[in-house]
Design a protein around this ligand. Structure first.
Ligand SMILES: N[C@@H](CCC(=O)N[C@@H](CS)C(=O)NCC(=O)O)C(=O)O
Length: 209
């Protein structure tokens, strides 16, 4: 197996933290996004989408979505801590929160970042597509990010972790998202006490140091 990754980018970070929490080691290769290596012919031969992370299995199968990679690792390592849930209800709640975090938090952050400035001109979406920026998306995205932080704070007022009593993939995605939001100058307001309590607590985990 080979994991293609780049530790500074949020999507690869989700997989790397997931693996640390489970104590899984897989050979990995860094694809330097600062040098746009994800768009090189060499890497596109492996993952034609030009995105990271990608996991190549021993039979050559390529898995190129964070959630799918984590599911593969969870099912093939059943003796490590289960981060996608144990019973049906837990799996559903973790799946719900992880999906909401990805679509309502990570994606608006990416939109706010990529639809302004020269750095992402013509590359408003990750990967190989040439997509022009839509500057109006920035204001909408910033609103969505701030609104989601309120939702997350409310969820954490009744729950120790994002999806309930146990640490899960949803906590990993939320943690990565909060660190990613700083790239668009958004940090968690002091008054969102539940997020701040949870963030301080989980920051002590070895996987997040
Ligand atoms: N839906 C994909 C998204 C992966 C993604 O967007 N990765 C970013 C890094 S965080 C990327 O590959 N960007 C490539 C680029 O900017 O060209 C997943 O969840 O795995």
């Amino acid at each position: 197996m080979m994991l293609y990754t780049f530790s500074l980018a949020p999507s690869p970070q989700r997989v790397e933290i997931f693996m640390k929490e489970k104590g899984i080691n897989i050979p990995s290769e860094t694809v330097d996004m600062m040098k746009q290596e994800q768009l090189s012919d060499n890497y596109k031969e492996i993952n034609p989408r030009g995105t990271l992370p990608a996991l190549v299995l021993d039979d050559g199968t390529v898995i190129s979505e964070v959630v799918a990679i984590c599911r593969y690792l969870e099912i093939s390592n059943p003796d490590t801590p289960l981060l996608l849930g144990e019973d049906a209800k837990q799996q559903a709640l973790i799946g719900e929160w992880d999906h909401r975090l990805e679509s309502e938090f990570l994606l608006p952050i990416a939109d706010a970042l990529r639809n302004q400035g020269d750095g992402f001109k013509g590359r408003a979406l990750p990967g190989v597509l040439d997509i022009e920026q839509i500057p109006q998306l920035v204001t909408r995205s910033i609103k969505r990010i701030k609104a989601f932080l309120e939702i997350l704070d409310k969820q954490l007022s009744d729950n120790k972790f994002v999806a309930g009593d146990t640490f899960s993939m949803a906590d990993i995605t939320a943690y990565v998202g909060i660190s990613f939001a700083v790239w668009v100058q958004i940090s968690v307001p002091e008054e969102l006490k539940n997020i701040n309590r949870w963030f301080d607590e989980i920051s002590k985990r070895n996987s997040l140091k």
